[in-house]
Structure formats: structure tokens, C-alpha cells
Write a protein that binds this ligand. Structure first.
Ligand code: ADP
Ligand code: ZN
Length: 434
């Protein structure tokens, strides 16, 4: 019988023991960056705090935050805490705006990352007899190699297709008898849709599990992927700054556990920077605990969620977080109301006629921001005629008003009008500066 956990000791460690491990790692990391990264030394000195001031976990609050801009200002290797001879690989984030940010790794950092990814995939049911297709982009993006290493560590047979060439993906999945798929959730949908057009039904195939991540997606979207592909659709969360995917993962109960022996999480009020207690919604902040090449201290992820200490039915004691509602960056303020793309997605997917394929246009109207949604209906719905579309448009628009609290115009588009995603979907089209 195969074991239940990849690393039982860490994944089921009693909380007080975990906290001891975290404190020791935190103290080591603070010393490591203070002694080796002038940026951190200067920042700590400015607020008059020394690594030795960290006597208990809570003392982390004494230390200053770090931000994406700090990574940009110190591009490419200014935050590197080891000599270049110890660095064995460098990744970079796609950098949605401005310069990319870099992620250097030592050999040990790569091992640790593979461990975190192996825990992730193992918890989701990937085993050594699985044939897994890795359709995350390979290259500078951490998704491709991150998942690749984790699957190798478990002993899966990895098919490294990278993203794109969707038809070939589908043919290989069939020919090889692929049992596990790894890619972004929106690419999983693109694959499902293309398969459908090719007359391929993965529900009657060996495909049974997926590990999706790198972008926000709702529970409704997960259900849609599960239904279309006939698989358990699992989730990985991570960011380049912290190592890449593998920071958190969903278990059999679909709870997101954080690998908290590697990434220490906090939730703060993003306006005031104040720490918030468990269960409160706010910005997720991470401190690297084991990373050697580029440890981040109190890194502001801009991702919005809550943390919980709960007894999970899977048996793991690792702290959990809610699914990410969205990035603070993506939050729109429309006539004074905060709106996340995920809320729009949740409403659209209440309607079985609709697909999770949509875009949000943001425009200026005088001094105010306004938004409009364009979303695709399933093919058959559009074929039913204009009247049905008009009625559906009204129904969805009423639901926006009820759920989100503002009027949001929606246009229902015919099938295949919105570009399909091969990686992270672009949900927001910002026309405010046009
Ligand atoms: P980029 O900033 O270029 O997108 P990354 O690839 O490092 O760089 O993206 C990390 C971000 O992707 C996270 O901060 C988060 O916003 C998003 N993300 C990653 N995984 C998930 C997930 N499972 N759910 C929601 N958002 C995710
Ligand atoms: Zn669990």
C-alpha cells in the first residue's frame, strides 16, 4: 500500500512543534539576510531592528515589509544572499508590468522546491505509476520546471509538452494514456473545449487528476473543469518571489495547505500594515524560512485571503488558507464598490448557459471608473436565437446587481469570440488611459 503523505513528519507535525521549527528557521534567515544582503541590512538598521530581536515568532512584526518594487529596484541580483558560485539556476517572473523580477536558487533551494512540489502532487493523488502531461510553460516561468521536478521526485512519467499547440497536447494525452494533467486552470478549459471540438471525450479515458494553478479561479470554475474533463481538479499556489508553485496546495478535502516550514504566512490589513488574526481577510505576506539564494522577508504578495488553523479531514496540520479571491492589483473600484474579477466569474458561472470565458473592460467616465463585461455563451445557446440571449443578458445583469451591488453591463458573445488562454488568462482590459 502506498503511504498517505509524501512527508508525514512535516505535514502532520503538531502546531507547537512546527512553531519551534519555524522560529529557528526564521532566526537563521534573518541573520543570513542581515549579514549578506545590504538592502536588508539598511532596511533593518533604518527601523533599528536586529536579527537578535526576533525571540518569538510574533516578533516578525518588528521587521519591515518588502515589496515587488524592491525586487525591481534590485534587479537582477541585488537581493541575492549567496555568492554567484552557489547559484545553480535563475527563474524570472513574467512581470505583468515593467521589468521582470528574478528568482535565483542554490542546489539546496531547488531540492527544497522539488520537495514542496512533491508534497503538493502527492497530496493530490499523483503516484509513481502516473503518466503526467506538463502543459505549464517551460522556461523562465517557474510553473514548467516547478511541476516537472515535483512529478519527477514522485516518480511519475513526465511528458514535458509545455503550453501551446493544443491539438498536439490532446493527441499525446490520448496516445500516451495520460492520467494526470498539469497547467493553468484556463488552459485546462482551453484543452477541454478543443478536445470537445475534436470529438475526444476525456471522461472515458485514463485521465483522472489535474493540478492547476498560477492564476485565480473560482470553485465554480473548478467544478466546470471537473465536469468537462472528468477529473479531480486540484490546485497549487505560489509565486516566483517565494520559489514558485508549491507554496500552498489543495488536499483531498480541497483545503489549501501552506508549506509553512518553508514559507511563513501572515495576514495584514493592506492599508495600515497591521497584522490581522486568523480568520480575518487581508493581504497575504510571506517570509522565506529555508531559502538560501534569495530569502524574502515579509513579502507583500497583494493576494487577498484568510488563514485558518483547522483540523483537516486529510490529517494534515499545515495551516490552511482560503482560495485567493484576487490580487489587490486586480481589485477594481467601481463607483466606490470593490470588485474582483473572481466575483464576476462566480456570477457568470451560476448560469449553465455560460462558459468561464470572459473579459472585463475598465474605462473612465469623467472621474469615475466604470466596467463592462463580455462573456461567451456555450455554443448551443447562441444558436437558439437572439431572444434567448436578450433574456439571459438581463438575468445575468440582474444577478450582478444583487451579488456585487452595482449595475454592470454585460454583452454575451458568440462562441469563440474571446482569445483562448494557453497560460495565465488576461481578464482585465484596462482602457482607462486611452
Ligand atoms: P507574475 O507576477 O508574473 O504573474 P508569478 O508567476 O510569480 O508572477 O505569479 C504569482 C501570482 O500568481 C500569485 O501572487 C497569485 O496572484 C497568482 N496565483 C498563483 N497561483 C494561484 C492560485 N492557485 N490561485 C490564485 N492565484 C494564484
Ligand atoms: Zn487537508
Amino acid at each position: 500500500m502506498s503511504k498517505k503523505f509524501w512527508d508525514e513528519k512535516c505535514e502532520t507535525m503538531p502546531v507547537d512543534e512546527m512553531e519551534k521549527v519555524q522560529l529557528k528557521s526564521l532566526q537563521d534567515t534573518l541573520k543570513h539576510v542581515y549579514n549578506n544582503v545590504p538592502f536588508y541590512k539598511k532596511k533593518f538598521d533604518e527601523v533599528g531592528v536586529k536579527p537578535d530581536d526576533c525571540k518569538k515568532l510574533h516578533d516578525i512584526g518588528l521587521f519591515p515589509f518588502s515589496y515587488k518594487n524592491d525586487l525591481r529596484d534590485n534587479y537582477p541580483f541585488g537581493l541575492c544572499a549567496v555568492p554567484m558560485r552557489e547559484v545553480v539556476r535563475v527563474h524570472a517572473s513574467s512581470g505583468t508590468t515593467g521589468k521582470p523580477i528574478t528568482g535565483p536558487y542554490t542546489a539546496k533551494d531547488l531540492d527544497d522546491w522539488s520537495e514542496c512540489m512533491a508534497r503538493t502532487l502527492y497530496a493530490q493523488g499523483f503516484r509513481d505509476d502516473d503518466i503526467v502531461q506538463n502543459a505549464y510553460g517551460y522556461g523562465l516561468f517557474t510553473g514548467g520546471l516547478g511541476f516537472h521536478q515535483g512529478a519527477l521526485k514522485i516518480g511519475c512519467a513526465v511528458v514535458p509538452t509545455s503550453s501551446g499547440l493544443t491539438e498536439r497536447q490532446i493527441i499525446l494525452m490520448q496516445d500516451f494514456g495520460v492520467t494526470g494533467l498539469m497547467c493553468t486552470p484556463t488552459y485546462a478549459l482551453t484543452i477541454a473545449e478543443r478536445a470537445n471540438r475534436m470529438g475526444v471525450d476525456f471522461k472515458n479515458s485514463p485521465l483522472r487528476v489535474g493540478s492547476f494553478g498560477a492564476e485565480p479561479w473560482t470553485v465554480a470554475m473548478r467544478e466546470e473543469i471537473q465536469a468537462q474533463l472528468g477529473i479531480a481538479a486540484h490546485e497549487a499556489y505560489g509565486l516566483t518571489e517565494l520559489m514558485g508553485p508549491g507554496v500552498a496546495f489543495s488536499c483531498e478535502a480541497y483545503k489549501l495547505h501552506i508549506n509553512e516550514d518553508h514559507a511563513y504566512p501572515e495576514i495584514i490589513d493592506s492599508e495600515t500594515g497591521e497584522s490581522l488574526p486568523l480568520g480575518h481577510q487581508g493581504e497575504l505576506v510571506f517570509t522565506s524560512l529555508q531559502r538560501r539564494a534569495m530569502p524574502m522577508i515579509r513579502y507583500r504578495t497583494k493576494d487577498i485571503t484568510r488563514l485558518h488553523r483547522e483540523t483537516c479531514s486529510c490529517g494534515r496540520t499545515l495551516i490552511t488558507m482560503d482560495k485567493i479571491t484576487g490580487r489587490a492589483d486586480d481589485m477594481l473600484i467601481i463607483t466606490g464598490v470593490n470588485v474582483f474579477p473572481s466575483q464576476v466569474e462566480a456570477v457568470i458561472l451560476e448560469f449553465p448557459e455560460m462558459q468561464p470565458i470572459y473579459q472585463i473592460r475598465v474605462m473612465k467616465k469623467g472621474y469615475l471608473d466604470v466596467m463592462a463585461v463580455e462573456a461567451e455563451a456555450k455554443r448551443s445557446v447562441y444558436e437558439d436565437g437572439e431572444e434567448k440571449i436578450t433574456a439571459l443578458t438581463k438575468k445575468i445583469s440582474d444577478r450582478f446587481t444583487q451579488v456585487i451591488g452595482i449595475k454592470i453591463p454585460i454583452t454575451i458573445l458568440p462562441f469563440n469570440s474571446i482569445p483562448r488562454s494557453e497560460g495565465k488568462a488576461k481578464r482585465i482590459i484596462d482602457e482607462r488611459n486611452n
